[in-house]
Ligand binder design. Structure first.
Ligand code: HEM
Length: 483
């Protein structure tokens, strides 16, 4: 499945790449990603990289400044690198700006693959699992019910729901982590989100990534970088305040939250590791699920008949009650909607870059140590060889003829990555997407406001997270069904 043929230029450049006797990688010559990114008008980077795959194939290389990156564009090659050869590709690129936002590499998402990192990830994972087992379902249910109340309060007016989704997703994480839940109007919550959003957006911008690829630029004034530094300081102040308040609270009432488990193993982790793991959970757990909910509603506005099918299924199967996560096997239409939205808009479309920690190979190509690997999840989810009519929103592709969920293509659905770097919050996210959407679609019909002349723009804006441009929706309450 290696589409595309090699150009003369790429053959010429191959000699500069260390390679074994096997074929060397195709790819554009002297490709300055930053410049090209700025030329992207309607397309975002994941679309652009996916288009390049049509020319260069399922695996190609890009040169960006002094860095060579290898882009993987099908689920087959992504799984080969991330799952089958996970121990070769579990590293993260060590970058100047990454170091700044990750407290010197002390977080999970950007920390390199070391003994200490493994201990940190294991600890955060098991702390999260223990909390989830005890209380995740209740925590999400509570936030879902609160979300319904907020929507009811809009009384059918056209609103942008993105902030409410962010508050709901964020409250799941802050409840799990610190036992705190915020109101939308809370100034602490607003400050935290504004700051984390800003860091994610700035760090994903070409003004910042240019500093990693072209070290000379660090000597020039860069107002965007100055803003990033300011936001990192602000973030650390907020997190320190939250952690300190939490410590005081724990001493008063011994609640069992993620932070307790983490702190109880502090001989392994320093305060900065706990601090940065908290940032990981907050960033990883808020923007992603909230962005997905925004996408889900937008797609339903485009295909209202899908919304009606989900609603009918919820009414028939649940007979008026709210769903439990264990009901998912009996709700294939809802599950097909969730999968299709994850396929079309994987909210972390390029995952997080990996780094080869030793010489290895992918699809028969030699990959030298330290090569940066970009898993293009968006590209893999639009591979026409796996997904017929890949750009169309068709939840029914996940359904068997007679209903029920189909297993075959879910193997190629990889929105959470895989292997050693698999999304740490996958189980939290899956339960959130299911319960939030089921509650929402059981109680509300989502409609395009009469004042709107066009449907939401589905192209999206990609930085680290793939988001939809803001749009308004009317949430009309469904007739009351008594359990
Ligand atoms: C990493 C997707 C929700 C925490 C990732 C990665 C992806 C991803 C693709 C990168 C994997 C890689 O590097 O190969 C998603 C999606 C979500 C979601 C699609 C929701 C729809 C969450 C939630 C949390 C979370 C709710 C926290 C509770 C993390 C963390 C990492 C990560 C900490 C870094 C893992 C590591 O580097 O080892 N996620 N995520 N994510 N995610 Fe998520």
């Amino acid at each position: 499945n290696h589409k595309g043929s090699k150009s003369n230029d790429s053959r010429f450049l191959d000699q500069f790449l260390p390679c074994s006797s096997s074929l060397s990688l195709p790819g554009p010559t002297s490709y300055f990603l930053i410049g090209n990114m700025m030329e992207l008008k309607n397309d975002h980077l994941p679309i652009h990289l996916t288009n390049l795959a049509q020319r260069y194939g399922s695996i190609y290389r890009l040169k960006c400044g002094t860095t060579t990156m290898v882009v993987l564009n099908t689920s087959e090659v992504i799984r080969e690198a991330l799952v089958k050869k996970w121990s070769d590709f579990a590293g993260r690129p060590i970058s100047y700006t990454g170091n700044i936002v990750s407290g010197g590499g002390c977080n999970i998402s950007l920390g390199d693959y070391t003994e200490k990192w493994r201990a940190q990830r294991r600890l955060v994972h098991s702390s999260l699992q223990r909390c989830c087992k005890k209380s995740l379902h209740d925590v999400i249910e509570r936030q879902a019910l609160h979300l319904l109340k907020v929507l009811m309060g809009y009384k059918g007016h056209a609103v942008d729901l993105s902030e409410d989704f962010t508050v709901a997703a964020s409250n799941v994480i802050t409840t799990l982590a610190f036992g705190i839940e915020y109101d939308k109007s809370s100034s602490e919550l607003q400050e935290l989100h504004r700051c984390l959003n800003e860091i994610v957006a700035l760090w994903g911008s070409s003004w910042i990534s240019a500093l990693d690829s072209f070290p000379l630029l660090r000597k020039l004034p860069n107002p965007v970088f100055a803003r990033l530094l300011k936001e990192v300081v602000r973030r650390d102040k907020i997190i320190t305040r939250l952690l300190n308040n939490y410590k005081v609270k724990v001493e008063a009432c011994n609640t069992l939250k993620v932070l307790n488990y983490m702190s109880s193993c502090s001989q392994l982790l320093t305060d900065i590791h706990v601090h940065m793991a908290t940032v990981d959970l907050l960033i990883g757990g808020t923007e992603t699920s909230a962005a997905w909910l925004d996408w889900m509603v937008a797609f339903l506005l485009h295909r209202p008949e899908v919304q009606e099918r989900v609603y009918e299924e919820l009414c028939t199967v649940l007979e008026g009650r709210y769903p439990k996560y264990s009901d998912r096997h009996r709700l294939p239409v809802l599950c097909s909607l969730i999968s299709e939205v994850l396929r079309l808009r994987p909210v972390a479309p390029l995952a997080v870059p990996h780094r080869a920690i030793r010489d290895s190979s992918i699809a028969g190509y030699f990959i030298p140590k330290n090569t940066v690997i970009i898993p293009n999840l968006f590209g893999a989810h639009h591979d026409p060889e796996v997904w017929p009519d890949p750009y169309s929103f068709k939840p029914e592709r996940f359904l068997k003829e007679g209903g029920g969920s189909r297993g075959s293509s879910t193997r190629d659905l990889i929105p959470f990555g895989g292997g050693a770097r698999l999304c740490l919050g996958e189980s939290v996210a899956k339960m959130e997407l299911f319960l939030f959407s089921a509650y929402l679609l059981r109680d509300f019909q989502l409609l395009l406001p009469e004042s709107e002349t066009s449907l939401p723009d589905l192209r999206g804006v990609a930085s680290v997270v793939l988001k939809i441009k803001s749009y308004k929706v009317v949430a009309r309450p469904r007739p009351v069904t008594n359990p």
